[in-house]
Design a protein. Sequence first.
Length: 316
Amino acid sequence: MLLSKSVMLVVLAFCMPQHVQGHQIENTENDKPTVVWLRPPEVGMRVDGVEINDGPLFKNMSYLASYLPQYTHRFETYPIKRAWAMISSNNDPSIVYCFFGASYREDRLAWGYFSEPTSINLPLLMVTSSELNQAIKSKEASQVSDSEKLYEKVSLQRLLEKRYKTVLYNDVKNAYSNAVKQWGKPSNIVTLNGLGKDLGLHTIDLIETGRIDFGYVGHKELNSLTSEQYSSMGVYQISELSKEIRGTKRLFCAKTELGKQVTESLNQALLDIKESHIANRELREINFVADGYPQMLKPIFNKRWEDAEDTFDIAD
């Protein structure tokens, strides 16, 4: 049956706006600026070529990206030097390269924008020999909270002044090494080449063999302690290095107009997450897993996350 001319016109009038509207939506989606989240290769990361498609940090990045729907997001992995080079040479106005997990450094402000921290810092922890653990007891440590199973605090400066020995590794510069160099003497600092070693595990070995009395051990390496080691050795917060709550895991984007917009958008998203009890708890749990902390540190992580809720500002 042939349609009359008037019916055909009605049909066309009805269909054309839908077609045009759909085409416009498609173009809008394709024209979104692109944010490329960069990470170096690491354990637990699943990749296809350079594309990151699973793993704890992928979940962390994609959760934050879900609060930035105005952008198209890609998650890619490159060696660290390549990632920094991609950011510093970024000049495409429609794409911005951003490194997730960057520490704040003023010299980087010349070529990029930092977001606010997206996580928190846990206190720096030291492991002591069983002998030093017994000597410290309550006289050296200030208890913070048994009910929350938080670690006691011990003064690094006092231990060094009493000539207890620790270890530093060549070419490793951090807050712990700076403090040890400031307060220690050559007689109580063992300096070693750490090339090719898991420094945390090596430090634990040095304590067990009696070469040193205490040392800084990362949170992940603490998870390797056996129950026997954990019961005999002491694990303490370093009081002088455990005051900062705000984390250093920021998004660092190229110094372009888009990079500025993305970091500002993420800052607003973090404030929105903070205001939502459910979202705040979700991000806390995602961060704990992504940072690779052992379960024994969950109480102190939760406590410091709670303490940081009122300090979401750019300066930490």
